[in-house]
Design a protein around this ligand. Sequence first.
Ligand code: HEC
Ligand code: HEC
Length: 627
Amino acid sequence: MPMESSGVVRRVRGGLPVLMVLALSCATAALSCAAGNRVMAADMPSSVVGYRTPVDVACLVDGRLVTANAAAGTVSLVDPERGPLDEIAVGARPTAVAASATGEVVASVREAGDLVVLGIDGDRLVERGRVHLGFEPWHAALSPDGARAYVPLSACGRLAVVDVAARRVVESIEVGKLPRFVAVAPDGGTIAVACSEGAAIVLVDADSLTVRDRAPFKGLNLGELAFAPDGATIYFAWTYDGGSHPSPGNIRRGWVTGSRLGRLRLPRGEDDEGGLEGLTLDVPGRAVGDVLGVEVLADGGTVLMTAGGSHELLRLATGDLPWTQISGLEVMDPRLAADGARFARLELGGRPLGMARDPHANRVWIANGLSDTVQAVAGSGAGVELAVVATVSVAALAGPADPAAELARRGEAIFHDARRSLDQWYSCHTCHYEGGGSTITFDTRNDGSIGTYKTVLPLWGVAETGPWTWHGWQTDLTQSLEKSLVESMQGPQPSADDVTALAAYLGTLRPPPSPFRRADGGLDTAAERGRALFASARAGCTTCHGGEHLTSGETYDVGLGRSGDRYPTFSPPSLLGVFRKTRLLHHGKARSLADVLTRFHGPEKVSGTPPLDPDEVADLVAYLESL
Ligand code: HEC
Ligand code: HEC
């Protein structure tokens, strides 16, 4: 395992710069080597400064916690009473942690592409080994016996099944596009995966390791799933796609986006939606933004959910809920909204995300990404008040004041804040998921036209990719951000400081590193051929896609315009991170890179040269995926 040298400034892609000062003397170096990439321990001078951004938490058998700290690239061991005990570097963008009752602990490290097997040695975290999975491992779940880890690989549509002890991939199962979250049934027999493109809950049989069933519906941003204790019901968080443009009337009717709890009952019924049902969470005047975490308390009677956009925890008593068809009602049933015994909400601040049930107490732990804490919330059952019973920092050291980082952090809060939208229905993140794009198209009327739905442009490196919007009509990024807040969000006019902070945050977003590259970061031979073809007169791509972001400052008519368009030309989007897109081109009709090149945007359409042959398509796709 590589040792970090002292005083290294490590820039975490997509996150904030993290100063790693490893205060290791020669005497402690051996200990540190045995214990992994140690960066902090209670009895050592603390070494990681800066924001941690815990996005997930797992509860250990002894009641302590581990957190995945996405911005810092670390995992923390936290004692509910004593605070943070230890923190080790695991690689870029850890996004999930899971712990089994048998003591196994794993972390998914998205950008590094690794599943890290962790051990706990007293008050120390130890890296016991890692398995390279590639393709953006997102979430993770362990089988009840801790023997297997199930990891959705979002960039290749597969579920990796890992033998934890042998640190080996047992199977990789095709589940569908953009699988992000996963849960295992209490008896270990079924694995449920939430795929966000062409939304679906996919059930995998743990014995045969094959897909047993698939429950599709229309939605986006699927979040965590949780099995009820009897294993017969799966609850999951998701966002409804209303399809209408963001006007005050449409937003208030729930016709733009909505926050939902879904449930799937097993065995699946014969009805139209095969056991899928939905529950609308948006209360008129005070909606819910960006649901993500879901847990069912031990008695099965209470479901708890986090809503990062509206900074709260939701509690639902499962006994008597007005379930509807999966897309059902557009605002919450008024009787449920008024019934505090069945539906309660608790303000948490920050950005509450992943959750874990405390096996020893009737409470949940919540990773709060923007407050750098874990929070415990107790209160199940009618009449019991929901309350935060503990808030524990995951960071031993906040670090010296860094005005630039603080400004960007404020912008990060604005970006994820649904309260910036009318009645807190959604945030920038709802459409620009984690700063990127979306699986659906929106009619934001950005260009003043009506009914010209467009794909969401990712915001990585956005300051360098003007002019802005698909048509490239916007030449002032500050105005574009104001317009997003006031028109896309229908929120209040922002202050100049808010817009500066938002721009500072967007300035920290980097395209995700391509998981299609070789381990050394290089291109494989097909991608190399693709790169040469891309730059050749044969394909002519670099005429319009050049420079670091493979775009240009001009706009072009590439034959994709329609009669309702306000402007005749389009701006070539940056091609960095294009592997992540499931809908391409401004209209989103292209569903893969090959589709772009063969149906809409081949050299015969853009460069006046003959169409690509299948080998050329394969090479160009390999190159585009590597960007
Ligand atoms: C309802 C979905 C939605 C919401 C909410 C939303 N956007 Fe967008 N955003 C879009 C779509 C769709 C586009 C492409 C529009 C076009 O080009 O006509 C876009 C484009 C942009 C662009 C231009 C990017 C480029 O490369 O040209 C910026 C900047 C932007 N959004 C920032 C934001 C910010 C900041 C927020 C929150 C304040 C936000 N957006 C909220 C859907 C949304
Ligand atoms: C004449 C300028 C021009 C040329 C030449 C050109 N492009 Fe484009 N490209 C564009 C424009 C403009 C768009 C956006 C079009 C739209 O969505 O309406 C685009 C979009 C794309 C997209 C979709 C990106 C996304 O985020 O959806 C890909 C991929 C792409 N181009 C690849 C290529 C390749 C590969 C070549 C060479 C075969 C090429 N382009 C040649 C201008 C060009």
